[in-house]
Ligand binder design. Structure first.
Ligand code: TIU
Length: 225
């Protein structure tokens, strides 16, 4: 257990200082359908290895957070089985033959309770860790995440998960507008598209950290030791 109250992580555009009891590790949508070979993501033609490289560094951070009993929160993107919370525009977007709610390789696609919707075994939530089921890309939209963070006095977030330019970026922008500081370890977030990975991170730290800070898991772990 560290005795330091404030931990300083080497980051861009400058050091990220955080107080661990008020800083949650927020893992975005590390779901089987996005990450596993044979899942919905791969069925759409995506290279899941671009996402799978994030599993090991996420596991290292998660293990450390759990050892210290610091706050951990997970999210999952998905919808009610009756699809009553699925906007028609989201359902038909992409003009794909198989869309949200249809039967995919691991059950109904992005439907709560289905195998593919659940979190990968490597990072499976503990019963004590809140899981936010979100219908949108951002984790604050139509969820109780803000209330949970406020109730725990959390002011800062270390945001990891997939995908960098979609749910991770949307969540960070939502968090930033609500007054949270966000640090993103680059090796713990992944995109199917290398150029979006690069620019998704650039956009966060540009202009003096307009949305937040970027670092990597090794630097965070080094700061803790
Ligand atoms: N979690 C998340 O990012 N959902 C997506 O749909 N991402 C895509 O990149 N498609």
């Amino acid at each position: 257990m560290t005795t330091k109250e404030i931990i300083s992580v080497e980051a861009e555009p400058y050091a990220f200082d955080f107080s661990p009891r008020t800083c949650a590790l927020l893992l975005i949508d590390m779901q089987r359908d996005f990450l596993e070979p044979g899942g919905f993501g791969e069925m759409l033609g995506n290279d899941v290895s671009q996402l799978r490289r994030t599993i090991a560094p996420n596991k290292r951070l998660l293990t450390k957070w759990r050892l210290r009993a610091w706050p951990v929160i997970h999210t999952r993107e998905g919808h009610r089985p009756d699809l009553s919370d699925l906007p028609p525009a989201k359902k038909i977007r992409g003009r794909s033959k198989t869309c949200i709610g249809d039967v995919g390789p691991m059950g109904r696609i992005l439907v709560r309770g289905e195998a593919g919707h659940d979190i990968i075994s490597e990072l499976y939530p503990l019963p004590s860790e809140p899981v936010i089921d979100k219908p949108g890309k951002g984790a604050f939209f139509a969820t109780d995440l803000h209330a949970i963070l406020q109730n725990q006095g959390i002011k800062q977030l270390i945001v990891t998960g997939v995908t960098t330019e979609v749910c991770v970026n949307t969540t960070i922008r939502e968090a930033n507008d609500r007054g949270y500081d966000c640090l993103v370890p680059a090796d713990c977030v992944g995109s199917y598209f290398p150029e979006f990975q690069k620019m998704g991170l650039e956009m966060i730290k540009a202009q003096g950290g307009i949305f937040g800070w970027v670092s990597d898991s090794e630097k965070i772990l080094a700061a803790l030791d």
